[in-house]
Design a protein around this ligand. Structure first.
Ligand code: FEO
Length: 389
């Protein structure tokens, strides 16, 4: 097993998981996921978070190799979710003199996960801005509540100017995958922390006061160069601004294919109108997490749905519930509804959109009665022109 150092004193002891079926019980990760964990070696040795239960052995081997006979003095628990904290108890047993660093919330939740008998004596409770010196390195802690859970905190290592950013700046995909960061980081961001844009904004404000040379997240690659690019994307995403203003996202939920045919026709019309990028998603068959990502990515959206039980066909209803739950806002939306005897999905979609902030529903709603007609196509042209205004 080769040793990976991210600097002279900091070792990467995380692992790639390519066997996982669903990350966090719901997200497909075609290229796996990495659980990152780090060891800082100094006068005192510090482990920055542990690992998922599936990778204990590999992580433990890497830790022992990097320790080279030394002990662990501190464990920093940035986040208690089991993909990182599963081994807190294991490590506490392995190193009985090790102190555990967390905040008040970390230790409020910890007994719900583990039974560490001498926890009271071993815990070090840190608050906003507190520092712990471990030799050449000094760790400074900043609270990041709800970036993803309430107990989340990030650690800034002052001498090497490294931000250990917890789930922030994370990405789906194992570390040995060669793929663009933005796409899978965006899908990760909107699905996992999308609801907490305000809290991410607060964290970005704190980060802007620090001189950061490297970001070490708990998932995905360590970011060393061009940090402005990643920070800028996080700023756009967390402020609910669209990232792309030159495209249209069409989400479609179709029972027999007639609505999908209309969605594809709508894409053709938009391209004829000069739109550079039109993305059509078949919500019945494609990844919901990606549809959520695209709904946030673009500023103009078309929702095309069959009517079902006098309401919205479930895959579209599901998308809308996800978006509502994630504080979706600030977008222009056009609607195409379909129904053989009583098309009603458009009205129901509008009701849900009405509960979201700053959503402009663009007229006309296109109403199809089974198969699209020439008149429907005319209306779609009109809708395209209106949404592009
Ligand atoms: Fe990667 Fe919120 O755990």
């Amino acid at each position: 097993m080769s040793e990976i150092r991210i600097s002279k004193d900091i070792y990467y002891i995380g692992a790639n998981d390519r066997d996982i079926d669903f990350f966090e019980g719901q997200y497909i990760v075609p290229n796996g996921i990495s659980y990152n964990s780090y060891l800082i070696k100094d006068e005192k040795n510090v482990v920055m978070d542990t690992i998922d239960k599936s990778k204990v052995e590999e992580w433990n081997e890497k830790l022992e190799k990097a320790l080279d006979g030394e002990t662990v003095d501190y464990l920093v628990v940035s986040h208690l979710e089991p993909d990182h904290a599963y081994n807190v108890e294991f490590l506490a047993k392995k190193f009985p003199n090790m102190k555990i660093i967390g905040n008040a919330k970390t230790f409020a939740f910890m007994p719900q996960f583990f039974n560490i008998e001498d926890l009271e004596a071993r815990k070090i409770v840190v608050k906003e801005g507190d520092t712990i010196n471990i030799g050449k390195h000094t760790l400074q802690f900043f609270m990041a509540p709800m970036v993803h859970w309430p107990e989340v905190m990030v650690t800034y290592e002052q001498s090497e100017k490294i931000l250990f950013s917890a789930d922030g700046f994370g990405k789906f995909g194992a570390l040995d995958v060669d793929e663009e960061w933005d796409c899978e980081a965006r899908r990760y961001y909107f699905n996992i922390v999308g609801k907490y844009g305000d809290q991410v904004q607060s964290l970005l404000k704190k980060a802007s006061t620090l001189d950061i040379k490297m970001i070490c997240p708990l998932h995905g690659p360590i970011l060393k160069e061009n940090l402005e690019h990643y920070i800028n994307l996080y700023d756009i995403w967390s402020s609910y601004k669209p990232e792309n203003t030159d495209g249209v996202f069409i989400a479609c939920a179709s029972i027999y294919g007639n609505t999908l045919e209309a969605a594809n026709k709508m894409a053709e019309i938009l391209k004829d109108e000069g739109v550079k990028k039109v993305t059509v998603t078949d919500l019945v068959r494609e990844d919901m997490a990606e549809a959520i990502e695209d709904a946030f990515r673009y500023d103009k959206i078309i929702l095309a749905s069959s009517t079902y039980n006098m309401g919205i066909f479930p895959p579209m209803h599901q998308l809308l519930m996800h978006l509502k739950g994630k504080n979706y806002q600030n977008r222009k939306i056009g609607i195409i509804e379909n129904g053989t005897w009583a098309p009603n999905s458009g009205k129901c979609i509008k009701e849900i959109l009405g509960e979201m902030k700053n959503i402009t529903v663009v007229d006309p709603t296109v109403t199809i009665r089974t198969k699209m007609t020439e008149e429907n196509i005319e209306n779609m042209r009109y809708l395209a022109q209106e949404i592009l205004k």
